[in-house]
Structures are given as C-alpha cells and as structure tokens.
Design a protein around this ligand. Structure first.
Ligand code: MEV
Length: 311
C-alpha cells in the first residue's frame, strides 16, 4: 500500500483581495491533514475505485466525469504518472480538515491524491507541477480561484502570494501559536467569491480601494512575519478583519468569536478563508492559547483548536 498526505492551510491576511491581484499570506497547518492510500484490487478489470470516507462518497472512476473534483484530480495525476494504468486500484481518502470551512480541504484532497498516485507509479513530480494540477481542480470548486490554496498546500511552507506576479515561500522569524474557532455556519467559497464580485462590479472604486488597503497590510505583515514581530502582526490581522467586514464577507457569529478572542488576550484575530461562515483565526502568545481557546468555546465556537506553525 502507498500513502501520501497534504496539510490544511490558513490565510493569515489577504483573502478575497488576492483574487483581484493583491498579495496575500498563508501558512500550512501541518496538524490537519488529508491522507490518501492506494492499494491494488484483486480484479482483472482495469478500474479504479475511489472511497472518500469523510465526504461520504464512493464510486468507480469511470462513473464520473471531470466536473467531479475527485475524479478530475485522479485523472490529471494518472495522465502525468503513466501512459496507461492497467491495474485495478482502490484509492481511499480520509481527512481531518473540516470541510467547507476555509481551511483548504478541497485543495488538500487534490494534492494528496496527486502525490499518492505519483508515489504509486514511482514518479517524482515537482511541487509546482502538483500545484498546477490542483489549480485545475480548484477551478471546479469556484470559477476564479487565486491559486493561493493549492500553492501553500503543495509547497507546505509559509507563502507570500500574488497571482502571476510574486509567489515566494519564506521562513518565519518566530513560531506562530494559533487558535482557530468555527462559527457554526458553513459556506461555499464559490458563492462568497461570487458575492464579492457582484459588489465589486456595482461599486468598483470602493472595492478596488479596499483591496489595495488589504494589499498594503499584507506587505507590512510579511515584514512582521519575517522579523518575528508578532504584536505588529496581530494588529495587522485586526485591521484586515475590519476591511473584510467592509467587504461584507464576515457575519455576526464570526465577529463574535473574533471579539471574544481579542478580549481573552489574543494579539490579533480575524476570519480566515472565504468567510460568511467557517473558521476565524487568532494569533496568541503561547501562554494565552488555553485562555483564548476557552473563551472561543464559551462564545459558541462549534469546533475550536490550537495549532502551531513552526519556523
Ligand atoms: C479562499 O481560501 C481564499 C479566497 O481568497 C479565494 C481565493 O483566493 O481563491 C476567498
């Protein structure tokens, strides 16, 4: 049996503005992972059975076309890995990354499938090639992905990302202690991104100015991350949350969790990912992680946890 995995991700600053060519910052969340295993099936038929346990889906590959993200990722990887796949295989997908919550579960699934298939056929694929394939699948999830999710998950390193301009992994100046809380509402990235696009079309000057302000915060936060200035980073995250509120992608439950994390001593807190539901993220001193976690649970977080991104 062959196994491969990919991490979840959190956007520290810059979601939504990144779709409009502004920079954004993301980190992998190595404690949350999608795991894909491949084993040979005892069958003469050359067919592939996909079992996605957490998505409650199982199907033969030939039953689904390329509009299905799991089938699409599998075919892209098979095409890159082998000119023919005469074996009968079972591909099993398990994930500890919450679904539809802003933590990159879709991109992690694609990357883990691609890595597992490459390992099964014993070929080596560059991280950039894996990311490019996963980007094709991201387009199925929503029409205009920036590419930040597939990139940070494929490279599994902190990332400064600006579409087609500047994409750079970097080393953190200090470990980041994070606390994340789910507000209890799920949202589809595609719907939230489409909502922002509608509002941008209605008020282009207002939204372009908001996106530019986010881009400026991201550049300051990039320096703070490299220099390990966590107090400054926290303040920039707070300012980014206000701009996301102005874009109407936050909502009351998320705002309540963000407030309670700040009141409990977080250095900064904001929604993370598409918003309109899903997770918020708080940057904390290691000594206050427990207090902030407790505050989030008391404020109604449905799922809350602490995690560390190491230098
Ligand atoms: C989703 O994780 C982040 C968004 O900026 C969309 C994207 O970048 O494709 C909302």
């Amino acid at each position: 049996m062959i196994e491969a995995s990919a991490p979840g991700k959190a956007i520290l600053l810059g979601e939504h503005a990144v779709v409009y060519d502004q920079p954004a910052l993301a980190v992998p969340l190595p404690d949350l992972r999608t795991l894909v295993s491949i084993q040979q099936l005892a069958s003469d038929r050359a067919s592939i059975y996909i079992e996605a346990i957490d998505l409650d889906q199982s199907f033969w590959l030939h039953e689904r076309d390329d509009r299905d993200p799991l089938a699409c990722a599998t075919r892209l990887a098979l095409t890159a890995a082998t000119s023919s796949h005469p074996q009968s295989l079972q591909i099993q997908i398990r994930s500890s990354i919450p679904i539809a919550a802003g933590l990159g579960s879709g991109a992690a699934t694609s990357v883990a499938i691609i890595r597992a298939i490459a390992a099964y056929f014993d070929i080596s694929l560059a991280d950039q090639s894996i990311s490019d394939m996963a980007f094709q699948v991201e387009k199925l999830h929503h029409g205009t992905p920036s590419g930040i999710d597939n990139t940070v998950i494929s490279f599994e390193k902190p990332l400064y990302f600006q579409q087609e301009k500047h994409c750079q992994t970097f080393v953190l100046g200090k470990d980041l202690q994070l606390v994340l809380g789910h507000c209890g509402v799920t949202s589809q990235t595609g719907d939230v991104v489409a909502g922002v696009r509608k509002r941008w079309q209605a008020e282009p000057m207002t939204y372009d100015a908001l996106f530019k302000e986010v881009g400026d915060l991201v550049d300051q936060a990039y320096r703070a991350l490299i220099e390990g200035k966590l107090q400054a980073l926290g303040e920039l995250m707070n300012a980014n949350h206000s701009l996301l509120q102005s874009m109407a992608v936050s909502q009351p439950e998320l705002d309540a969790l963000v407030e309670s994390a700040r009141d409990a001593g977080a250095l900064g807190a904001k929604l993370t990912g598409a918003g309109a539901g899903g997770f918020m993220i708080a940057l904390v001193e290691p000594s206050s992680a427990g207090t902030v976690l407790k505050a989030l649970v008391e404020a109604g977080a449905q799922h809350a946890f602490t995690t560390k991104v190491s230098t």
